[in-house]
Design a binder for this molecule. Sequence first.
Ligand code: GLA
Length: 700
Amino acid sequence: MIKRREQMIRLDTQNTTLVIKADTAEYLYYGKRLGNGFEFGAYAGGGKKLFSAPGKDDYTEYSILFENADGGFVADFTFSKVRILPEKPEIPGLPSSYGEGKTLELKYVDTTRAALYLYYTVFEDSDVIAVSARLFNGTKKDLRIRRFMSLQMDLPGTEYNIVTFEGAWARERNKVSREISSGIFVNDSKRGMSSHARNPFIMAEDERGVYGFNLVYSGNHKETIEAGDPGRTRVLTGINDFMFDWTLPVGETFCSPEAVMCFAPDEDTLSTRFHFFVSEHIVRGKWKKKERPVLVNNWEGTYFDFNEEKLLAIAEAAKKTGVELFVLDDGWFGKRDSDTCSLGDWYDNLEKTGGGLASLGEKIRALGLSFGIWVEPEMISEDSDLYRAHPNFAMKIPGRTPTRMRNQLMLNMADERVQNYVVRVISDVIARSGAEYVKWDFNRSMTDCYGKGIFPGEYFHRYMLGYYRVVSKIMKKFPSVLFEGCAGGGGRFDLGNLCYFAQYWTSDDTDARMRIDIQAGSSYGYPQTVMGAHVSASPNHQTGNSNSLDARFNVACGGLLGYELDMTKFTPQEMEEVAQQIEFYKENRKLLQFGDQYRIDEKFVKGFITVSKDKSMAIAVLNQTVAYPAMPLVTVRLKGLSETTVYDVTRRDGKGSFTAEGDLLMNGDLPLPDLFDRETVFRNSGGLSSCMYILKKRKN
Ligand code: GLA
């Protein structure tokens, strides 16, 4: 709800309040929901600004910097007007949240007639506020924008715990915390992708609660936190100003991507709010609320070494276990038998597919499975017909040797001709294969950014605008297809992509043990509804750890279940075990995929509990991650249950059951040692023991 009394504006969600004083461009309050009063006058003048442009008396990191029409960097934006818009404005060319209307628009104008617009949309149901900014060039000269952040939030005080989600390829989004009480801290990406290394989601915590910030963007991002004089902590989030220099012609507008923010009393509540927000207001289309199929993907099963016979054998085995979708990964096109060639040659390799995608798809469907394919549309191999025909489609600087990553170059997606080409060829692949699922991969960072006629300082962002144009065009043509995003695992796992992809491959690390942290880290800002999670072979191909089939399944139930191995290698017992896993998963899929998931994060026990919306049922996966010879007492407290409900709790492996009230399960310390299978712990070199519990409301 947005209420206005003169220049004082109150934005309320169910549980939070933001108060803005429009004429002085200040935040007066952001935090837990306040009573209905409107007496905020005494809180003005605290110096918590909605935006900052340097060159005057604000020396903190700034949100806006451009070369103004009068020759300096100074912009003195003064208040012009407030409007409350009935419809949330679209951000041209960029993805953004949807499903809520009323938006506060604030306008500030400089003497040169450059105008700054700020937008605040209130998502009452999820306690999230979406914020974006626009710069309109009303001057008589082109403006050169050097920095234009989406959101500035000046938090009171200088003692915050700043939490980020960091890592690298195959170890994405591990939680990292540090106290920032002075100085400048930056979380960013300069890779042309939101990156495996630093996700745009961050949190700032103090004793009052947790502020969460995220960006609806998949390219270079930057989150700056500056603490210190004058007694505040400034948070900035937006496009990275690294190599950014954008010319804004007279009469045109530059739009920032959308940032989103939320406040909650604790981390769990913040996650619940973001989960709801992402599921309701970011993910869209046919698959938004639809149960996702259990898939088998051949990548870790065969890598590039496959033919039709092998694929059909895997599909047949998969069908017997209850799998619903067969995904043909990399290697089906051109002459691609390794990662050194053929990206861009999206025509069927008849030897490997036994007559092409269409015929393979038919055979897969005849087995009773849906058919899915892998593509990497933004890439080009130098050893490809595409490159030989159109070397200028590649992103590289003329006369300079480009940097190769995974032996490949990128397409210059900032160029409209290249965009149109990609739309055409990828649409053709989807149409001719009849694929019901498409995995869209992106396996390298950007280097050698260059496009003829494109100013270098605009390249990164123009690439993103091109990418979003291509993705949205293709997806509009195939509204029924389930698109899963992927970037060497979770390298572009961000809200920008989730506006298009209903799910995202979380990480190339499929080791259950490593996945516990990767999925838990991801779950701070993103729901399980978007996280691809696969059972793969043991020993694991990335780490060498061995884990039981049971543990691998349990951990994958924290996301969208798939299998990524050669199922023909299963023993009859393993086939039976997997069939039981999938049967169980399907019975509980609605709960596991769309229930409320909470992290379990105790000293020796990590995992999750997913609770149905009505709290009558829950599934908890508890993983013991270390094994000592004389193990200390291991206890656990569950989360998200109804305090007053009595639950019958059973282990999925049938090795025990008990009954307890929700209150006790959440506040008591449930001792676990005798519930763990110690033998499994010692047998597995991964040292991981996992147990799934099913909680059902007791019938009276
Ligand atoms: C990336 C993906 C994998 C797989 C390979 C294929 O690494 O993350 O899942 O698709 O590419 O080359």
